[in-house]
Ligand binder design. Structure first.
Ligand code: TYD
Ligand code: MG
Length: 454
């Protein structure tokens, strides 16, 4: 008799181990290893005598039902969703605590209800009194939302199953939900996954759009198993600095649309205001162009972020060794770029102190920042400001060529979305979004000419 080997499968990431451990060696989740009995090997007869049923194949080019979308009542929310809510879609909304997820969803729910939609909002975190106060503050005190403070998925689904399904169901948050068919406290991996599974199944069967609020862990991922991201149709992230007013809503995954559209909001006294023209937020107090400042459309993973690169050049009279100080960028790369500017463009930084700073405490590692840094340096050296609302990107080689970079289209769309009018970067980047003037630059000396020409 052969000895059957025991195997344990992590319920969070699916990693297999031959020894039971308290912590998964792959994803570092605790208490997720469960013994797995391998299915006995058997072979199926390839005909209908084995009890299987024939599945039906359909042609993908056959006319199907067009996707019906419903506006959330907030144009920026719709934009991030790729055009609005799709019936039966499950949306996971992640974001730091206090960033405004509940506010955004309450506002969208109230707008939808105002248009006659049936909206159910279930909060496991806040009591009705608290939510009532918030609704009053948002000017939606009279909204016809069906609100409940509940945490039992069984109770929620039993109640909803008794009547017609709502058009939107908001669950705030999935980590507070609890299912009595699953062991463990609310917020544990198996509870979060089990509750999400039940709720998503309800959404698919009834056709109601479902929004699950998800808390974010310190490293920025949505708490609970990553598998939650696979279960839903749309993963959204609501981001921003709590000390700043603006908030950005992005889709990180969208089975019904593109993921490179963002929605921009500003947190005000009466809730979130939509910001159809975000440059007004990002370029605050920047009515006058300043020499030495260049905006760079950076990429964080596949997410575009606009950051400002600032350079300051101080001419030295004495023969002392000039300082070079960098915050937020690589010092070695700055030295290289200065050398290229000196040898290929004939600029002279040798007797000047050079300071470089990336605003907002952001750290740049994207090689496409070269052109933005070069533009800031040239602008500071010449004491000539770059045009307002201009963005700069591209990689610079030692020969002084400007090289193509990844995701130029994504960077340009973000810049255009945020109200930028001019972009300079590598040549031949393909389609340029509407409203944006693009100037391709093949060599660094051309960049100098471009900046000097104003
Ligand atoms: P909230 O929606 O509760 O955040 P989340 O659900 O993501 O945890 O938002 C809480 C913050 O928003 C709170 O710190 C105060 C601020 N806020 C305003 O500035 N104005 C408002 O009108 C509202 C409702 C909240
Ligand atoms: Mg909340």
């Amino acid at each position: 008799m052969s000895k059957t080997k025991r195997r344990y499968v992590c319920q969070a990431c699916g990693a297999v181990s031959h020894r039971w451990q308290g912590q998964c060696g792959d994803c570092a989740e605790w208490n997720t290893l469960v013994e797995d009995t391998p299915a006995s090997v058997f072979s199926l007869k390839h005909d209908l005598s084995n009890g299987g049923r024939a599945i039906e194949f359909v042609k993908l080019d056959a006319p199907g039902e067009p996707l019906r979308r419903r506006s959330t009542g907030l144009a920026e929310f719709d934009r991030a969703l790729g055009g609005g809510l799709v019936p039966g879609a499950a949306i996971l909304m992640g974001g730091d605590p206090g960033i405004g997820k509940s506010t955004l969803l309450l506002q969208a729910s109230a707008r939808l209800a105002g248009e006659g939609a049936d909206v159910v909002y279930v909060s496991g975190e806040e009591a009705a009194g608290q939510v009532r106060l918030r609704a009053a503050r948002l000017g939606h005190a009279g909204a016809a939302i069906r609100f409940a403070s509940a945490t039992s998925v069984r109770d929620i689904l039993t109640t909803l199953g008794q009547g017609k399904a709502p058009e939107l169901l908001v669950i705030d948050s999935i980590q507070t939900m609890h299912s009595d068919t699953i062991e463990g406290a609310p917020g544990t991996v198996s509870q979060v996954r089990g509750c999400a599974f039940e709720l998503i199944r309800y959404a698919k069967e009834s056709g109601c759009a479902l929004v699950l609020v998800g808390h974010v862990t310190k490293d920025g991922t949505i708490a609970g198993p990553r598998v939650l991201e696979h279960m839903v149709d749309v993963v959204m992230s609501f981001e921003g600095e709590r000390s700043h007013q603006y908030r950005i809503l992005r889709a990180l995954k969208n089975r019904f649309g593109a993921v490179d559209e963002i929605g921009v909001f500003a947190m005000a006294g009466q809730g979130l205001d939509e910001v159809p023209n975000p440059s007004s937020l990002f370029l605050t107090g920047r009515e006058e162009p300043v020499a030495g400042s260049a905006v760079f459309p950076a990429l964080e993973g596949t997410r575009p972020v606009l950051v400002e690169v600032q350079a300051l050049i101080v001419r030295l009279q004495s023969g002392a060794t000039p300082r070079r100080a960098v915050v937020g960028w690589d010092g070695g790369r700055l030295a290289m770029l200065l050398a290229v500017l000196e040898s290929r463009c004939g600029l002279n930084f040798s007797s000047a102190e050079v300071y470089l700073n990336v605003s907002g405490g952001y750290r740049l590692s994207d090689p496409a920042a070269d052109v933005a840094v070069a533009a800031a340096l040239i602008s500071a050296l010449a004491d000539k400001a770059l045009p307002l609302r201009s963005a700069w990107f591209g990689e610079v080689s030692l020969a002084g060529e400007v090289r193509p970079v990844a995701h130029a289209g994504l960077r340009l769309r973000e810049a255009a979305k945020l109200g930028f009018e001019l972009a300079c970067g590598p040549e031949d980047i393909g389609d340029v979004p509407q409203g944006l003037r693009y100037q391709g630059i093949d060599r660094l000396p051309k960049l100098v000419d471009r900046i000097m020409a104003g």
